[in-house]
Ligand binder design. Structure first.
Ligand code: G3I
Length: 333
């Protein structure tokens, strides 16, 4: 078979083909390891580089899983994208229940960002510094960070990340803002780009992550291009950061029908083509949120209120290629 990263690397303007991984998949010689090394040129930790798995208390950390992922990438010439330093769904209990002052809370966040960025300086190419800071009404999401640190918290977090990287000598670290559904939710898109504009004006951002947890029916090509082009217009890198394509969001099929498989293939092809058409300066990575259907977060996801099973990725549960994989390859033509 043709491998995704081989075709992407051969492009006139190459970009990383990324995938979300879990530390336990990275055992040398495992079936995962073989697919990962053959197909992908970038990895993102699906969970284990977030604040809650790493931060066990003020200034105390459990680095094991994050180190395994970062070392796997660096040992195998695979790019590592850091996800995510500050996210309201990844606050460890000790910080959620923090009894100190707001100033002390902010210092804990600063210390966490500084320690993580410093540890992985030169080994992690890019970080989602803040993830999902805008709610679905297009307002600043009312997170513990906003409540305790005030509306400048976003700028503060990017400043701390930039300062830590520069102090560690990692002046090339790419700082991203990452969010979802901005293609179809215009108030949210507008708020995201007001935040991004402000960060760009302070030279605190290098790229925008578009998660793209999509269905085969949405968003349209035009909606995706309008959204992504706002980052292009700002001279920022574009990361399609968490791509998967649901085919059963209405729970009306019990297996992946031929018709839905073909629709999914065409949607992967469309999105890859959109990304591949980007100017060289704006390309970074197109990352799929896992590669094996039965390991996707989507089926029965409470976050999504997903009602049933789904087959959103490029490989089936037997490590076999799907039509979606062919669609991805065709998008690279
Ligand atoms: O592995 C631990 C286990 O040791 C522990 O006992 C158990 C206790 O809850 O947690 C297990 O970790 C789970 C982890 O996935 C395993 O990979 C967490 O509970 C569970 O919350 C976590 O879910 C992840 C979720 O983010 C929350 O971090 C999903 O895998 C991951 O796909 C999802 O990804 C998010 C992106 O980060 C941001 N965009 C949305 C996307 C989907 O929600």
């Amino acid at each position: 078979p043709t491998f995704l990263k081989v075709k992407a690397n051969a492009l006139e303007n190459p970009f990383y083909v990324g995938v979300a991984v879990k530390a336990h998949q990275l055992t040398e010689g495992s079936a995962y390891d073989e697919v990962l090394k053959n197909e992908f040129s970038s990895i993102t930790a699906e969970y284990e580089m977030k604040m809650n798995p790493i931060s066990t208390g003020s200034g105390s950390y459990n680095w094991e899983a994050a180190d395994k992922i970062v070392n796997y990438g660096n040992d195998n010439g695979i790019n590592v994208h850091g996800h995510a330093l500050v996210w309201h769904n990844a606050v460890p209990d000790w910080l959620s229940n923090f009894s100190g002052t707001d100033t002390e809370f902010a210092l804990e966040v600063k210390k966490f960002i500084t320690d993580v960025v410093t540890r992985y300086a030169g080994k992690v190419r890019s970080w989602d510094v803040v993830n999902e800071a805008v709610d679905d009404n297009g307002n600043m999401r009312n997170t513990i960070f906003l409540q305790k640190m005030g509306p400048d918290y976003i700028k503060d977090c990017y400043q701390w990340a930039r300062d830590a990287a520069n102090t560690a000598g990692d002046t090339d670290l790419l700082l991203f803002y990452n969010d979802y559904a901005t293609s179809t939710n215009i108030p949210k898109q507008d708020r995201v780009f007001s935040i991004v504009d402000d960060l760009k004006a302070n030279n605190l951002i290098d790229g925008v992550g578009f998660q793209m947890h999509n269905t085969y029916l949405s968003p349209t090509k035009a909606q995706i291009e309008t959204d992504i082009n706002r980052a292009v217009a700002l001279g920022l890198k574009v990361h399609v950061s968490e791509l998967d394509i649901q085919v059963n969001q209405n729970n009306d099929i019990t297996y992946l029908t031929e018709e839905r498989a073909l629709a999914q293939k065409e949607k992967y092809k469309e999105i890859v083509k959109i990304y591949n058409a980007l100017p060289k300066a704006n390309k970074y990575a197109l990352t799929v949120w896992g590669f094996k259907d039965n390991e996707s977060w989507i089926p029965y996801s409470t976050d999504l209120n997903h009602p049933g099973n789904d087959w959103p990725l490029l490989y089936n549960d037997k490590f076999e290629l799907k039509k979606a994989h062919t669609g991805f390859l065709e998008g690279l033509d």
